[in-house]
Design a protein around this ligand. Structure first.
Ligand code: GSH
Length: 208
């Protein structure tokens, strides 16, 4: 059986659980040996990042590489459909999420709980809001099916909603984005993940 090295609250691990469920694959989820950031885990995954996937004696890291691997391993339902341009658009959107939007959200994590530098939060919040607007321009008009680009966004936006309350900000998820998220939530793989992830996020926030 496939082994997914993951921690419950990791956004990129949540992204892969959505792919795995949508593909109807079974997997065993285990914490990184020796703990998050440990040398023992780095012996397995030199970069030390989560998630990583062990399959057929091979170890793969990076959620995007793993997601594309799973899509080829189990071709149906195809999560990277269409002609070359459509597939490039899906990759473009997915990478924008991973390299621009999610890091802008992550930049706020050190500011959760404790003493708050309002000016620093405002700066990071404004960058996040800008990234979200940019992400919106990449969304397709219609959602024919769940694609690889749709698996990171739901949990990232769940975090954005949570941090909106935490930092007492005005909502930044536009109507268009909310409607898009609703259409994603119609997929069982997404709604199941959100259902299971939400209490983990609340517990993590409460611990800060
Ligand atoms: N681009 C990577 C990013 C993964 C990532 O940043 N994971 C976090 C946990 S959510 C992590 O492992 N951070 C610690 C590190 O990179 O050393 C991916 O998609 O897998």
């Amino acid at each position: 059986m496939m082994k997914l090295y993951a921690i419950p609250v990791s956004l990129y691990c949540a992204k892969l659980r959505i792919v795995l469920r949508h593909k109807n694959l079974t997997w065993e989820e285990v914490p990184p040996p020796g703990g998050y950031g440990s040398e023992t885990y780095k012996d397995l995954v030199p970069g030390g990042s989560l998630p990583a996937l062990e399959h057929d004696g091979q170890l793969l890291s990076d959620s995007e590489a793993i997601a594309e691997y799973l899509n080829e391993l189990r071709p149906e339902p195809d999560m990277l459909p269409g002609d070359s341009l459509e597939r490039a658009r899906i990759r473009e959107r997915s990478r924008f999420h991973d390299t621009r939007l999610e890091p802008a959200l992550r930049a706020l994590f050190p500011m959760i709980g404790g003493e708050r530098d309002a000016e620093a939060v405002a700066g990071k919040w404004s960058t996040l809001s800008e990234r979200l607007t940019q992400m919106e321009t990449l969304l397709p008009e219609t959602t024919r099916c769940l694609t690889l680009a749709d698996c990171g966004l739901p949990v990232t936006c769940l975090w954005i909603g949570e941090l909106t309350t935490h930092f007492r900000k005005d909502p930044i998820l536009s109507r268009r984005m909310q409607a898009y998220l609703e259409s994603l939530n119609a997929h069982g793989a997404v709604s199941t993940e959100l259902l299971q992830y939400t209490p983990r996020l609340k517990t993590w926030m409460a611990s800060k």
